[in-house]
Design a protein around this ligand. Sequence first.
Ligand code: URA
Length: 219
Amino acid sequence: MKSATRHAYLDALGLESWVLRPAATRAGAPPPVARPGWEELRRRVAACTRCALCATRTQTVFGVGNPEAEWLIVGEAPGAEEDRQGEPFVGRAGQLLNSMLHAIGLTRAQVYIANVLKCRPPGNRDPSDSETAQCLPYLDAQIALLQPKIMLVVGRIAAHSLLRTDVALGRLRHQVHNFGPTRIPLVVTYHPAYLLRSPTDKRKAWDDLKFAREVFGRV
Ligand code: URA
């Protein structure tokens, strides 16, 4: 792991530096610094200056929903409306996401929704690799706190960031990926903003949602 990436992770976990202590002092000792809870993590994200997006954001967009949720929905990055309101998926794409969730019997209040990036890229451009690398540790920390039973990842960019692949979205659909050390089942579908532009693919998204619900039924 690159040093900058390791620092980003340590930062999100509240560890300023990482030194392996001698075996004698490791045995039975408590961990050096507790993982941040939700409020501490939210505070760190709100104060984040890890990349240049902090200069152009109105505010950070941490995530929203039930901290006990079994479903985690992951999108790409805040858009203009999210940047204004401080909440993910509140614009037109968000309305479609709400309908997609309703279609499988879920309300927004029952799930947790977060993005890979916590700040809006100007003009809604794609996140850069470096912005993603700096910001992903926050999402990882959210996942560690939430411990969802399933992750539904919407869109190519979020899927590529989380699965660390560049395989086409169409080939990532309709299979169960396993995320992280606890191998959380992860299902990929189209981004609602894409579906607004290409409504004929809504049928495929519906197939993905039914598949995700079926996978959830098995865990
Ligand atoms: N698109 C995303 O990926 N996330 C949002 O929060 C809004 C639009």
